[in-house]
Design a protein around this ligand. Structure first.
Ligand code: GLN
Length: 506
């Protein structure tokens, strides 16, 4: 085995090395476990690292499974901690699930296990996936490997940071309003939310069931397609899941000839940082160089999407989180004299502030007398947002926008202002309301921090979207290796690559 650089190695290349016998699954697992050793105390991407299991399983893939191993055999994966994993503690970064050992495994994870991926551990997240910075985690925040003083985005911040920091080859996240794409953007990796229903949500701890989707976080668009290919499909355990109309293709395109791209003015108005805007405009220019055609268009109800989401998502969450009562799962308050007090104390002590805020908003919006004024209105707005996209897709094949209006922001800078935090997702939330697929790819840096470029497609247009993203990625040529600087320290915090025995980037 030569030296493998976990900051640049893709799953595509790792798979080739494994198949050609140039590296073993055990050696590959060691590369990532070593990198976790080297950087995890600074990045804190994981809630739980299952190092022993990973090493043991990788050895098994090399040994007794040689003949029967699956398509992804030996490729190390990190899993967001809101997907249940049999026998492996799953907490959703919430005190209320402390010590909870699931008795079954989420379908998306199960499929990958069946293909013999090696699970490295469970990643940090905002509690119950509510947040945009991973600061709402009961175990403390994750740090963005591009600047350890900034957030990795959220809620799948642990998964995005793990991939960016070379602590995992690739990862699974979940996206209810942007939680895969926004952290992917802030950490300089690829993140995709598939069409609603494309991936089973069985075993994904529910946040807002009409919006939640599982998807890949990877170092390249090809890897994203490869991982997606192995998690999609109808699942008898999730009645909202469907079979994709055609198989996921592994992209090869280098040009964008014949593809029409729409640029919605509403996504470029207030709040988009100049550096983000500059990278976005350059990427639009690249699309045209590659033969794609870009036209401006309007999605007139965009400004109402965020407020509608913040009624619908909390409403669904307030119902979904009713099950955490101290009886069935995890934590139970010790100090209660009767059942009602036990419920109240358990939920009072077990949930964090943001989760309580959502439960209260949701319960209020669904209560008699307010239901029509809030929830009913929000559902109508949702229809309008969906129609905006439908008319746009009569004119164009894909819609493009910045993924996040800003680059990674300093830890703590938005925690006191929930509305400022909610604005992180203005460009991603409408997509969930409409159930569409979207991908974020890195398109360059602004002030040394990654900028994400979002491509949105009609339902089940995954292949077109991946093809376009792949061609664009090739033209952009983004270097995925982060600097691990720490702006709060006033100087570079030291070269972690050197510490890990890796070559420094050119
Ligand atoms: N940041 C959004 C929220 O807090 C989206 C979260 C998500 O996609 N899970 O609800």
């Amino acid at each position: 085995m030569g030296t493998l650089d976990p900051l640049r190695l893709t799953a595509r290349e790792a798979k080739r090395l494994l198949v050609d016998g140039e590296v073993s699954a055990a050696e590959l697992a060691t590369v990532y476990l070593d990198q976790i050793e080297a950087v995890e105390d600074r990045v804190h991407a994981f809630i739980l690292v299952t190092a022993e299991n990973a090493a043991r399983y990788a050895a098994k893939v090399d040994g007794e499974m040689q003949a029967t191993r699956g398509a992804l055999a030996g490729l190390p994966l990190a899993v967001k901690d809101n997907m249940v994993t049999e026998g492996v503690v799953t907490t959703c970064a919430s005190r209320i699930l402390a010590g909870y050992q699931p008795i079954y495994t989420a379908t998306a994870v199960r499929k990958l296990w069946d293909d013999h991926v090696v699970m490295l551990g469970k990643t940090n997240m905002d509690e119950f996936a509510m947040g945009s910075s991973t600061e709402n985690s009961c175990v403390g925040t994750t740090h963005d490997p591009w600047d350890l003083n900034t957030v990795p985005g959220g809620s799948s911040g642990g998964s995005a940071a793990a991939v960016a920091a070379g602590e995992a080859l690739w990862a699974l996240g979940s996206d209810t309003g942007g939680s895969i794409r926004q952290p992917a953007a802030l950490c300089g990796v690829v993140g995709m939310k598939p069409t609603y229903g494309a991936v089973s949500r069985f075993g994904l701890v529910a946040f807002a069931s009409s919006l939640d989707q599982i998807g890949p976080l990877t170092r390249s668009v090809y890897d994203c397609a490869l991982l997606l290919k192995h998690i999609v499909g109808k699942d008898a355990n999730d009645s909202t899941s469907v079979e994709l109309p055609c198989e996921v293709e592994l992209p090869t395109a280098e040009r964008l000839d014949g593809l029409r791209f729409g640029v919605p003015g509403e996504y470029l108005s207030a709040g988009v940082e100049p550096g983000v805007r500059a990278r976005f405009d350059e990427t639009v220019a690249r699309i045209e160089e590659l033969g794609g055609r870009c036209t401006e268009l309007s999605l007139p109800h965009t400004q109402y999407a965020l407020p509608a989401y913040y009624i619908i998502a909390p409403a669904e969450a307030s119902a979904n989180l009713a099950r955490f009562d101290g009886v069935r799962y995890g934590y139970r308050s010790a100090e209660a004299d009767d059942l009602i007090e036990m419920y109240e104390r358990t939920r009072g002590e077990g949930f964090g502030a943001e989760v309580k805020r959502r439960i209260m908003i949701g319960t209020y919006a669904l209560s008699s007398g307010y239901y029509d004024a809030y929830y009913g209105q929000a559902q109508k707005v949702r229809t309008l947002v969906r129609r905006d996209f439908a008319s746009a897709f009569a004119e164009v094949d894909l819609i493009v926008s910045p993924t996040s209006p800003t680059v990674a922001f300093p830890i703590g800078s938005r925690t006191a202002d929930p509305l400022a935090m909610y604005m992180s997702d203005v460009c991603t939330i409408p997509v969930n309301l409409a159930g569409l697929p979207a991908i974020s790819i890195p398109c360059g840096l602004s002030e040394g921090l990654p900028v994400g470029f979002q491509l949105i497609g009609p339902a089940f247009s995954e292949n077109t979207m991946l093809r376009a993203a792949y061609a664009l990625e090739g033209a952009i040529g983004f270097d995925t290796a982060p600097s691990f600087r720490d702006s709060s320290a006033g100087s570079d915090a030291g070269d972690v690559r050197a510490a890990a025995g890796k070559e420094a980037p050119a």
